[in-house]
Ligand binder design. Structure first.
Ligand SMILES: *[C@@H]1O[C@H](CO)[C@@H](O)[C@H](O)[C@H]1NC(C)=O
Ligand SMILES: *[C@@H]1O[C@H](CO)[C@@H](O)[C@H](O)[C@H]1NC(C)=O
Ligand SMILES: *[C@@H]1O[C@H](CO)[C@@H](O)[C@H](O)[C@H]1NC(C)=O
Ligand SMILES: *[C@@H]1O[C@H](CO)[C@@H](O)[C@H](O)[C@H]1NC(C)=O
Ligand SMILES: *[C@@H]1O[C@H](CO)[C@@H](O)[C@H](O)[C@H]1NC(C)=O
Length: 332
């Protein structure tokens, strides 16, 4: 099968003049603007740091308020919701139970970054699986209250934890944020489709928010704009409401990886202002994914994310997943 997506880019020298204006964005900017812990009515994740942020925009010593964690206190405890009735999920460190397994219902699909297991003492091993029984972590501990940061954040709605034996647990906290782009309405400037023996495959815009970052183009989970267009391709996701964005991760294809090089990303505010968020400085290496951390994120909530393809000769935009991690409010 001849995927157009596999056509090699002809040798083309592209010289982009990038004028890099240093904008003040994200956590550090909020710190500079004195916006931390001042206005609870206009609450951002930054306001859950017990002190002020330091010069790098991090919460010193990660001393976040209870129920929050992360360098910017940007992750909320997702386990603290009424679906988890057990007293190891009640937000109360004075209640406890001896258990050897726990299932955490996140009530929705969230990105999970870390756990804290508050114990009196834990010496043994822990296995954490997602709802499909995929092993996310298998680790031994000899610690009081281990903090476990997943090597790779995962998108899931259920977590199953299995301890090597029954242990005394005061609380299990599961920290993460939501992929606010998941299954939201999308469009793109044009759509490539390909005839197959039994019909037609469309590489439609929704494939970048289907929850699968699979970079294998043949697995049909990536978008692809039509070929032979003279205009710059673009892709949009409408988040439905304005979110404060923590980070954006773009999963790239396994092949033709340089096609993403030089993309531009914009965020549209509720009043319709399209803010330039990121302009890719054309690296010369291939990337499986591109993570834009909070230092790149706009300081104001945005409701539409737009990605423009590189203005090269191909004029093709192909994306496997666009994960948009937005701040969520405390769930309790
Ligand atoms: C679960 O999430 C849905 C959608 O966000 C919400 O309406 C519902 O109240 C939540 N259920 C519980 C028990 O928190
Ligand atoms: C994706 O494609 C690869 C290579 O063809 C294959 O090994 C893998 O199982 C596929 N994944 C899914 C979810 O189909
Ligand atoms: C594509 O989506 C964007 C963002 O929701 C919207 O502004 C635009 O009108 C849409 N374009 C088309 C052709 O529907
Ligand atoms: C729209 O919102 C942005 C960001 O909050 C602000 O800078 C801009 O002045 C607003 N524009 C209008 C026309 O209100
Ligand atoms: C894209 O490149 C073409 C030349 O190939 C140029 O005419 C056009 O202005 C460029 N568009 C943008 C948005 O930079």
């Amino acid at each position: 099968m001849a995927w157009v997506g596999s056509i090699q880019l002809k040798t083309t020298t592209l010289i982009f003049l990038l004028i890099h204006i240093h904008h003040c964005y994200g956590e550090y900017c909020s710190y500079l603007n004195g916006r931390t812990s001042v206005n609870k009515g206009d609450c951002t994740e930054l306001e859950h740091c017990v002190s002020n942020f330091d010069q790098t925009g991090q919460c010193p010593g990660n001393q976040c308020e209870p129920g929050w964690m992360g360098p910017g206190c940007q992750y909320v405890n997702l386990a603290l919701n009424p679906l988890n009735k057990d007293n190891v999920f009640d937000g109360d460190m004075t209640t406890h139970r001896s258990i050897n397994a726990a299932t955490v219902n996140l009530n929705g699909t969230f990105i999970v970054n870390a756990f804290i297991i508050h114990t009196r003492w834990f010496s043994g091993s822990l296995t954490v699986r997602d709802g499909h029984q995929n092993v996310l972590l298998q680790k031994s501990f000899q610690l009081v209250s281990p903090t476990i940061v997943l090597p790779r954040p995962v998108l899931t709605d259920i977590l199953n934890m299995q301890f090597s034996y029954s242990i005394y647990i005061k609380e299990i906290e599961v920290f993460g944020g939501r992929d606010v782009a998941l299954w939201k309405p999308t469009n793109q400037s044009s759509t490539y489709s390909e005839a197959i023996p039994n019909g037609m495959i469309k590489f439609s815009s929704d494939k970048a928010v289907d929850g699968s970052g699979d970079g294998n183009f043949g697995n049909l989970s990536c978008t692809h704009t039509a070929t032979g267009h003279s205009k710059n391709p673009s892709w949009n996701v409408n988040l439905g409401k304005a979110y404060s964005i923590i980070a954006i991760k773009i999963s790239n294809r396994n092949d033709n990886q340089k096609r993403i090089n030089g993309f531009k990303l914009f965020g549209t505010t509720e009043n319709g202002t399209k803010l330039p968020v990121y302009s890719d400085p054309l690296p010369y290496h291939n990337r499986n994914e591109i993570v834009l951390d909070s230092t790149h994120m706009p300081d104001v909530p945005v409701s539409v994310i737009t990605i423009e393809g590189p203005n090269d000769t191909e004029k093709i935009l192909t994306l496997c997943e666009v994960f948009v991690y937005g701040k969520i409010h405390k769930l309790s």
